[in-house]
Design a protein around this ligand. Structure first.
Ligand code: PLZ
Length: 457
């Protein structure tokens, strides 16, 4: 093990692509900062790993103590192009030096239009489209619902079990899981209904069509198709556990929506931008959503989000009905243009598939002899392992937490998720060197193996 220089001044891909621990995790500077966080930052903001970042790039995050950590989280699926991608850094620096803000609704600027044109081009479907830009995923989802209601003149919105759509009032209502997202924060927005989703591990092996029939039956009985403005679904349910609906589920829902004049919204905030091996996850089943929400990967880490969709649906809203002070901020737009260019021209969909193959192969091997690994699933570089008790089959959240913590202690950033908290998810930057990925997976696999040895004792 090499000893790091204590101060790291360079970010981006120039950082040595290696795992390197020079202190315990967390180190002394991180521990100090954690204490400051506790006395300055609201307690409601959690921390996955108590280490503070100093630089990041490629597949590593370097902390303030000089530890170099393997990044298997991308800041929750954001830095797909790699942290501090050089083209993004240049584009942002150039923009920030010319102007930082005018408000697109006051005196507009070209880059917003260029981002809208790029989104209209790269999202599924070759129909006429329009886009509108916002700051966060939740804001995009809120606005997609506004647009669908304005277009249809209807109010009801259908979301699914295990869904996650954000933390604002309307998106909390759309989100399924109470703790930590909703508990104590009601009352929630009205006219939100929940339908069952296809969850192959847990729905008794329904086919996609059967699961869609169950969902549609619920909607027709409890709301009525002609009352529904929109159905919103993540093509792979992210925070809910990287649930990949059985083949045929999404196309059947989209077809039903079309027949009933219901706007089909794909929330691709987490799945979008090459993450699943395609530019958008809907493409795996040739589903063309009416509206698509994007954020996270869109701008290499700068806050930007969008709603893109059919021109006639998008244009149903009166002038002045959509907007916001910062939506489509010029610095974020500059980053988005550089980032979309990287997604299109740097082979990142292929990189996502290579990453996914390595993760899936590794954990399917383990699952073959370890009954605690109930499922290994996902697409591209969005892969998860779900843990269940080997005897009872019940979700084992404690195991997921222990394995994640053990990996953290070894310098691997790994995230959990799932309605039952029993899922470890892998979302590496698409630029991670494959040897580093394998080293990170080795550490997670060893943590899992050692956990079985300690609980067998
Ligand atoms: N839709 C599908 O995944 C954000 C949430 C992390 P914002 N997911 C990460 C947390 O605990 O807050 C997300 C998503 C999907 C919407 C959102 C919301 O995006 O940019 O966090 O608002």
């Amino acid at each position: 093990m090499t000893i790091a220089e204590p101060t790291i001044t360079t970010g981006g891909p120039a950082l040595p692509q290696e795992r390197r621990l020079v202190t315990g995790i967390p180190g002394p500077r991180s521990t100090e900062l954690m204490q400051r966080k506790q006395s300055a930052v609201a307690a409601g903001v959690g921390t996955t790993m108590p280490v503070f970042a100093a630089a990041a790039g490629g597949g590593v995050v370097v902390d303030v103590d000089g530890n170099s950590l393997i990044d298997l989280g991308s800041g929750i699926a954001v830095t797909g192009v790699g942290n501090a991608h050089p083209h993004i850094v240049d584009a942002v620096a150039e923009q920030v030096a010319s102007f930082t803000h005018t408000c697109f609704m006051v005196t507009p600027y070209e880059s917003y239009i260029a981002v809208a044109e790029a989104l209209n081009r790269v999202t599924p479907g070759d129909h006429a489209k329009r886009s509108v830009l916002f700051n966060s995923g939740a804001e995009a989802v809120e606005n997609a619902v506004k647009i669908a209601r304005a277009h249809t003149g209807r109010q009801a919105v259908v979301a699914f079990d295990h869904a996650y759509h954000g933390r604002t009032n309307l998106t909390m209502a759309l989100t399924a899981k109470a703790m930590p997202y909703k508990r104590g924060f009601g009352p929630f927005a009205s006219e939100i209904y929940r339908a069952p989703v296809s969850y192959p591990l847990r729905d008794g092996g329904l086919s996609g069509e059967q699961a869609a029939r169950a969902a549609i039956g619920r909607i027709e009985k409890q709301i009525g198709g002609d009352q529904v403005a929109a159905i919103i679904i993540e093509p792979i349910l992210g925070e809910g556990g990287f649930i990949v609906p059985a083949d045929g589920f999404l196309p059947a829902l989209a077809a039903w929506a079309r027949e009933n004049g219901v706007v089909f919204i794909a929330d691709e905030v987490q799945t979008g931008f090459a993450r699943t091996g395609r530019m958008f996850a809907c493409e795996h089943e040739d589903v063309v959503p009416d509206l698509i929400t994007t954020a996270k990967g869109i701008a290499g880490g700068l806050p930007l989000s969008a709603v893109t969709g059919h021109a006639e649906i998008m244009d149903a809203v009166h002038t002045g009905g959509l907007g916001g002070t910062y939506g489509g901020n010029p610095v974020a737009c500059a980053a988005a243009l550089a980032s979309i260019d990287a997604f299109e021209n740097e082979g990142l969909c292929e990189a996502a598939d290579r990453i996914g193959d390595i993760i899936v192969r590794r954990f399917r091997d383990i699952a073959a002899s370890d009954p605690r690994v109930a499922d290994v699933r996902g697409r591209g570089a969005m892969i998860a392992i779900e843990f269940c008790d080997a005897e009872t089959g019940e979700p084992d959240a404690a195991l997921a937490t222990r394995v994640a913590k053990a990996a953290h202690a070894q310098g691997v950033i790994v995230l959990t998720c799932g309605t039952f908290g029993n899922v470890i998810r892998f979302l590496p930057p698409l630029t991670i060197p494959l040897e580093l990925l394998v080293e990170g997976l080795d550490i997670v696999a060893t943590a899992l193996r050692d956990d079985s040895q300690s609980s067998a004792r």
